[in-house]
Design a protein around this ligand. Structure first.
Ligand code: 2P0
Length: 325
């Protein structure tokens, strides 16, 4: 009863920002991401009859506390589904998401954990079912089941059966690049879970955000289909700014940006003044991800490297979906 899976992380171009059901992790809006080849998690799950509890080892260190509880609670979903309550597992994970990369490893982490667990229990899940399971570990993780460009369809049902991810375009459809720019920054003090909840409950801008989403989703899908980089970049950047605007309208207000974040946003906009199409997106943290086309890689990276507060840059191509050993 052993399974090993590898999953890549993803970056949202249309953001997931808010839940309508926190327990089942059902979102208030659909989102769209690109899977990244440079950053992944590989996880092995082995169930043993003689274990008295789950064991979780991450990067050769045994994990306890909140992170352990999150994994073991998540395994309960599978135990209940497979009617194997009382059967415990050894979970061994390696994260190739560089520490301080500003990427949540939860996306690749929960996708790899879901894949490895379903293999270990021989559940024979479809990608759609696996995506539903993954969503319940961490929302954005359900998009990491697939490579290429991926939409998490929010669904409408209360039981979440229609809330899962689908592939919009495969990995080889379009060669775009993503530079994750790590900025010198302090620890963030509002986690994405807390930030999302506060925004949904209190932001005076939240309705405007929700109303603008169907149009953004339609535009980005057209742009991806037609490989229209300007269309995709413009809508992704605007969508990111709208998501972050909702945090300014919350009570109490907050932002994930630091001065270096804003400075880098301007650096990217200045590239466009020089006719280099590059666009930024930012998640629930200060770091900036920049999308661009391969022919502009040299100039984009030179410019980013010279920008203020830049600690490290990690470049990714469009990545593959989950794979098994
Ligand atoms: C996203 N983020 O679409 C958005 C954009 C952050 C900003 O998904 O509570 O770790 O586990 O469902 O997926 C970060 O939140 O949250 C996130 P949970 P998750 O990528």
């Amino acid at each position: 009863m052993k399974g090993t899976a590898k999953a890549h992380t993803n970056i949202a171009l249309i953001k997931y920002w808010g839940k309508r059901n926190e327990e089942l992790i059902l979102p208030t809006n659909s989102s769209l991401s690109v899977t990244l080849d440079g950053l992944h998690t590989e996880t092995t799950v082995q169930f043993h009859e003689d274990l008295q509890e789950d064991v979780f080892v991450l990067d050769n260190k045994e994990v306890t506390g909140v992170a352990y509880d999150r994994v073991t609670n998540y395994l309960n979903l599978f135990r209940n589904y497979a009617k194997k309550q009382g059967l415990f597992a050894e979970v061994t994970s390696t994260n190739k998401v560089p520490t301080a990369a500003g990427f949540a490893s939860s996306a690749s982490g929960f996708a790899a954990l879901a894949g490895a667990t379903s293999k270990a229990l021989d559940l024979q899940l479809s990608d759609e079912d696996l995506s539903r399971f993954t969503r319940q570990g961490s929302g954005s993780a359900c998009r990491s089941i697939y490579g290429g460009f991926v939409e998490w369809q929010m669904g409408e049902r209360d039981d979440g059966q229609d809330s899962f991810a689908v592939q919009v375009a495969p990995q080889d459809h379009w060669d775009i690049r993503v530079a994750a720019v790590v900025l010198t920054a302090e620890e963030k003090d509002v986690s994405s879970r807390v930030g999302m909840r506060r925004t949904v409950e209190t932001s005076v801008f939240y309705d405007g955000w929700l109303q603008s989403l169907p149009k953004d989703m339609e535009t980005i899908k057209e742009g991806i289909r037609d490989k229209d980089f300007e269309k995709v970049g413009k809508v992704a950047e605007a969508n990111c700014l709208k998501m972050h605007a909702t945090t300014f309208g919350a009570t109490p207000p907050f932002t994930y940006w630091q001065d270096t974040t804003m400075s880098l946003m301007q650096t990217v906009q200045n590239l466009r003044k020089k006719d280099i199409p590059a666009y930024f997106t930012i998640d629930a943290g200060p770091n900036v991800k920049v999308i661009y086309l391969p022919e502009h890689e040299g100039e984009v990276l030179r410019t980013l490297e010279a920008a203020r507060g830049v600690e490290k840059i990690i470049v990714s191509k469009v990545g593959a979906g989950i794979s098994y050993k």
